[in-house]
Design a protein around this ligand. Structure first.
Ligand code: 5GP
Length: 116
């Protein structure tokens, strides 16, 4: 099902887009949680990681290479950054169009909140 991200990809609604090709689109998160917070999204509507198919292997690899290129362009490659994909409820996914978060520009701390 189409989400707001399809409208961003199709430029029906505005975004701060940093990259687009025939397979993926990348734009700044509307509520950034780090100085650099960019979403890398396949143009194809794949709802969650659970829906990735064998035929999407190259596309998923391409998303990572695009993230690598954007990290370099944004000046965070050397200090480091985090790539994150949330899946479904326990993963905290809110938009059901697959997307990879790229966070950087500050020390990001531990990966998960530590449980007591
Ligand atoms: P999720 O929790 O699904 O992994 O992340 C969804 C992300 O999409 C959130 O960080 C949220 O701020 C971002 N987001 C939701 N709606 C919009 C929008 O309309 N434009 C942009 N640029 N980001 C959005």
């Amino acid at each position: 099902m189409a989400t707001i991200f399809s409208k961003i990809i199709n430029k029906e609604i505005p975004s701060d887009m940093v990259y687009q090709d025939d397979q993926v689109t990348a734009f700044r998160d509307i509520q950034p949680q780090a100085p650099v917070h960019i979403l890398i999204v396949p143009n194809k509507e794949i709802p969650t990681v659970n829906d990735i198919k064998e035929e999407d292997k190259l596309l998923i690899g391409h998303m990572v290479l695009v993230a690598q290129k954007i990290a370099a362009e944004q000046g965070v490659a050397e200090n480091g950054y985090r790539l994150l994909i949330n899946c479904n409820k326990d993963g905290g996914q809110e938009v059901f169009h697959l997307h990879m978060h790229l966070f950087g520009g500050r020390p990001l701390g531990p990966m998960l909140m530590r449980q007591k």
